[in-house]
Design a protein around this ligand. Structure first.
Ligand SMILES: [Zn+2]
Length: 644
């Protein structure tokens, strides 16, 4: 083996990591195995290895690569608590929650819940992909007999809860209409918008959160905390036909009554809970799962409201406490028995409230985000509850999210007001610290002592100063790796291990970004399309340009003025400029086709589908000012291509 390839290989766990894992085994209640009983309770059957293929033979989902999780004891390279959660997330198949209520779990990161009505079945959430949803429905029919779908409910706006809708409702059923599709208020506004404006940055960052490019194994990706991994496959959005507007709203679907509770700005901007009196079933969507959820996922998002989140759980307890025989969520496994249900809701309510209140308390004493993360400790009653552990979110980054929500990125210390960016400050740090060799010598000593957090900070300066310094890269990779091995949070582990991999191997090659699908485009308001275009405008290139375009959409009866001025693209709705450079009249659906690259602007114009006045080349001039965003960009090292 050459030296270079040896550096590329994942290493063993260091002595300090092994010692930490031994302590974890003492600190946490591993003898409490109720989660394993509950995760397998009511099992009816599954698909071999939960393996789902697309029509073109692509693997959409499979638990086969996770066979290494069959041993009960954690290897030295995985935190024992995370190992336990990773094993719990291996349960897959169709499960009976209560007679008449079923769940498909482990065929996706999310769950599908199936509630039987008088004649048909009500499907709650449709997994990430059409292929996955189809496989879930087939599995259900196989065990419960063929039933017609009486309604679809989307609990909230994240893709893993609606992406597979067309695998539940085929085109024919949709064309006939009549099957209600029920969702929380403002569902369409939020279903796509959360990932639109900042989508390219989020997708790249999500690779660090979920670890899709990591090898699966004891030295690689083992889990995501919330479930195994992101699903592949085809995604399509279907517009809901019935929105739930208020807490206390009810619907009777196929003879079954549902009571709803609104939970906006909790785990998702639009989310809801419900209770089904017939089955005494409570479903708290994604707000009461078997982990401390994220208040701010690593992919990036609007900060979530921990206070509101806690209040919704308190309200759910008030509305339905003591009434539910089972509680299920749209991730993880259910819990049964009124005491167990109520205890879990109370603990989850207090988990978010404690994190919120204690963060603010420490903040009001003057502590900054990193100081709060270092100070705060969950009370023993929550720390020892398995479902409150930070497998996905973590107390140490959730408190920073709470700080950010109230005070933002600035810690009020002027030294941090205008720091040099990573490359420039890296060079100065290296110079001040006596050069690369001196840093590497000290780092090796601290590494041996297990001081990985500071070694990572110091070596990151060196990598930004000298990205081609192979010893620096290798030692930083080794350091990230130990931080990954010792992490209890799956998302921390993925982030550290992927950072290590990119230091050793460089960025993986990602396929070219596909154009935005038509259904997604159709879900966007025209104003949102202009906003997306606006963030692609290259400001410096637009210097001195002035372009005014009128738009008139025949199918939506909308008009717009699009205005480039001061290197900023703005629009006015419901108006036309008298002195526009050009005007375009077309169907909004034609514009969608152009954006989805199903046709081109000149092609649609020559086919008579776009009519124009004035000088149409002004549109080409505007579009020439738009940036294309790369699928990949450097994160743990300097940008190789300068961006301006
Ligand atoms: Zn989800």
């Amino acid at each position: 083996m050459t030296e270079a390839s040896h550096h590329d290989m994942p290493k063993d766990a260091s002595a300090s990591v092994v010692a930490r894992h031994a302590a974890v085994l003492q600190e946490l209640p591993f003898s409490d195995t109720r989660d394993f009983e509950e995760a397998s309770r009511g099992f009816l059957g599954s698909i071999d290895h939960a393996k789902i293929m697309s029509e073109t033979g692509r693997v959409v989902w499979s638990l086969e690569p996770y066979g290494f999780l069959s041993t009960a004891d954690a290897p030295p390279t995985v935190d024992p608590s995370l190992w336990r959660q990773s094993r719990l997330n291996m349960h897959h198949g169709l499960f009976e929650v209560l007679p008449g209520v079923y769940q498909v779990r482990g065929l996706d990161i999310a769950n599908m819940t199936l509630i039987e009505g008088d004649r048909g079945v009500i499907v709650v959430d449709t997994l990430t992909s059409i292929e996955g949803a189809r496989a879930a429905m087939e599995l259900y029919f196989q065990h419960r007999g063929k039933r017609k779908v009486a309604a679809v409910i989307f609990t909230h706006t994240h893709t893993d809860h609606w992406g597979g809708a067309r695998g539940v409702l085929d085109g024919e059923t949709l064309a006939k209409a009549g099957v209600p599709i029920i969702a929380p208020n403002l569902f369409m506004e939020h279903a796509v918008s959360e990932n639109i404006i900042a989508g390219p940055a989020m997708l790249r960052r999500a690779q660090y959160q979920f670890g899709p490019f990591l090898a699966k194994g004891p030295r690689g990706q083992v889990d995501c905390g919330l479930g195994k991994s992101m699903a592949a496959g085809s995604v399509a959005l279907i517009r809901p036909t019935d929105l739930i507007l208020e807490t206390g709203d009810r619907r009777t679907i196929d003879g079954v009554e549902f009571e709803f509770q609104m939970a906006p700005n909790s785990e998702a901007p639009a989310e809801m809970h419900f209770f089904v009196p017939r089955y005494k079933l409570l479903n708290l969507a994604e707000n009461c799962t078997h982990n401390f959820h994220n208040l701010l996922p690593f992919r990036g998002a609007d900060v979530r409201d921990a206070l509101a989140w806690s209040k919704y759980l308190g309200e759910a307890l008030q509305m339905w406490g003591g009434k539910a025989d089972a509680m299920c969520g749209q991730h993880h496994w259910p819990v049964w028995g009124r005491d167990r249900v109520d205890t879990m809701i109370r603990q989850q309510r207090d988990l978010y409230k404690f994190a919120h209140d204690q963060t603010i308390r420490l903040m009001n004493h003057g502590l900054t985000a990193s100081e709060i993360a270092e100070t705060i400790k969950l009370p023993a009653s929550l720390d020892g509850a398995w479902h409150a552990r930070g497998y996905y979110g973590h107390i140490r980054h959730n408190v920073k999210a709470i700080y950010q929500k109230y005070l933002g990125w600035y810690d009020a210390n002027p030294a941090n007001l205008d720091p040099l960016p990573p490359v420039e400050s890296g060079r100065k740090y290296v110079e001040y610290m006596g050069g690369a060799e001196a840093i590497l010598d000290r780092a090796a000593k601290d590494f041996a002592k297990g001081e990985f957090r500071f070694v990572a900070q110091a070596l990151s300066h060196l990598v930004f100063a000298e990205p081609d310094n192979q010893r620096a890269r290798a030692m930083l990779a080794d350091t990230f790796e130990q931080l990954g091995y010792v992490a209890e949070s799956a998302t921390w582990r993925n982030a550290y291990l992927f950072g290590a991999q990119e230091l050793r191997q460089g960025m993986p090659k990602a396929p070219v970004r596909p154009p935005m699908p038509r259904e997604t485009l159709a879900a966007l308001r025209t104003g949102q399309l202009w906003d997306v275009l606006g963030v692609r405008l290259n400001g410096p290139k637009a210097e001195g340009k002035r372009i005014v375009l009128n738009w008139s959409f025949t199918d939506t009866s909308e008009t717009f003025i699009l205005n480039l001025e001061n290197c900023a693209l703005t629009y006015v709705a419901g108006a036309q400029a008298a002195e526009a450079d050009a005007g375009f009249t077309l169907a909004r659906s034609t514009l969608d086709e152009v954006i989805a690259k199903q046709t081109t602007f000149p092609e649609a114009a020559s086919g008579g589908r776009i009519k124009f006045t004035g000088n149409p080349t002004k549109l080409g001039e505007l579009m020439a000012l738009m940036d294309e965003f790369p699928r990949m960009f450097e994160i743990i090292e300097p940008k190789r291509t300068p961006v301006s």
